[in-house]
Ligand binder design. Structure first.
Ligand code: ATP
Length: 315
């Protein structure tokens, strides 16, 4: 079942005071998120990943296009935001920023009850909080009553994940949530998300610049480049049969333990020329054709659940 449909979404930011110049951070993207799926949005810094997450979380308004949640335009939830946020929530890179340092950890749970379930009595709240903490592998007696600075980044991210379990979410936007954590804690958090997905049917939009993490965790991968999704589909297909030159370049850039760094293997990065009428990857592309400078290719399906935005695949 489709939970979320993004249709021709565009977000522009004004670059000057009068808004005469604009930056198109998200450029006409469309995708669906089905139930119980982990979907990675992967791309380099500035490709528009976080902006997509913020648009879905209604923290920004789209310039044009639509986001449908269970078939309803999310703009319609403006009067009833709580209904939407009961089902769609986000967790961000820096866990410390989600906690107020002067309050004990317990408060992040209390806020959820006060906001969404004010009728729930204290004893029942405590029971539920302990249950969700236990289900993310934490011992409530060692966590509750502590202040944020007394816990590690990994523990705080786990607590934020536990908090979402109070809500029975449909969609969690996880924006670089493990980039501040060490390698083993990262894997623990990824496994936890996968476990919650399997158990509850929640879907996760996992935003990352790290291809290996995207590969490890996701059912589907969307590769973003300067506001466009240039390749998307089943993660196995995108990673084992990469078709867009940008996806190929990203995959070739992943360091491997038995391969020494050799700059000659890597594609040189040219300065980005103004290619406003054509493909945004034109100036970096090693398979470019004349038409790429003038026209923008559409995403076309090259096999089931695998699309690419490149003229090379046009018939
Ligand atoms: N509020 C804003 N005002 C103006 N420009 C913005 C704003 N937010 C984002 N941008 C610009 O939009 C583009 C996309 O930014 P975004 O944060 O979505 O990228 P990202 O792929 O998430 O990058 P990162 O991985 O570094 O967070 C960038 O060029 C950024 O500078």
């Amino acid at each position: 079942m489709t939970l979320l449909s993004v249709k021709n979404l565009v977000k522009e930011f004004p670059l000057d005071f009068f808004g005469r110049e604009k930056l198109r951070a998200v450029d006409n993207i469309s995708f669906d998120i089905d139930e119980s799926k982990i979907v990675s949005l992967i791309g380099e810094s500035g490709s528009g990943k976080t902006t997509v997450g913020k648009l879905i979380l209604k923290l920004l308004k789209p310039t044009s296009g639509q986001i449908l949640f269970h078939g309803e335009d999310i703009g319609k939830f403006s009067k009833n935001r709580k209904e939407y946020y009961k089902k769609v929530q986000g967790i961000f890179q820096d866990p410390y920023s989600s906690f107020n340092p002067i309050y004990k950890i317990d408060r992040v749970f209390e806020v959820v009850f006060d906001e969404f379930f004010p009728h729930v009595k204290n004893a029942q709240r405590k029971e539920k909080i302990e249950k969700v903490l236990t289900s993310v592998g934490m011992n409530p007696s060692q966590i509750l009553g502590k202040y944020p600075h007394q816990l590690s980044g990994g523990q705080l991210q786990r607590i934020l994940i536990a908090r979402t379990l109070l809500l029975e979410l449909n969609i969690l936007i996880a924006d670089e949530i493990i980039s501040m954590l060490d390698a083993s804690t990262r894997i623990d958090i990824l496994n936890l998300l996968a476990k919650i997905k399997d158990k509850t049917g929640m879907s996760v939009i996992f935003i990352t610049h790290d291809l290996s993490l995207g590969y490890y965790i996701s059912d589907e991968s969307f590769i973003m480049y300067r506001g466009n999704i240039v390749e998307m589909g089943d993660t196995q297909k995108v990673f084992h049969n990469p078709c867009h030159p940008y996806t190929k370049m990203l995959l070739e850039s992943i360091p491997e333990i038995d391969r020494k760094w050799d700059f000659r293997e890597h594609i040189k990065i040219e300065t980005i020329e103004d290619e406003s009428t054509g493909c945004k990857y034109f100036s970096r592309c090693n398979v470019r054709e004349h038409r790429c400078q003038k026209q923008i290719p559409e995403l076309i399906e090259i096999e089931e659940n695998h699309k690419v935005m490149c003229f090379k695949f046009y018939g």
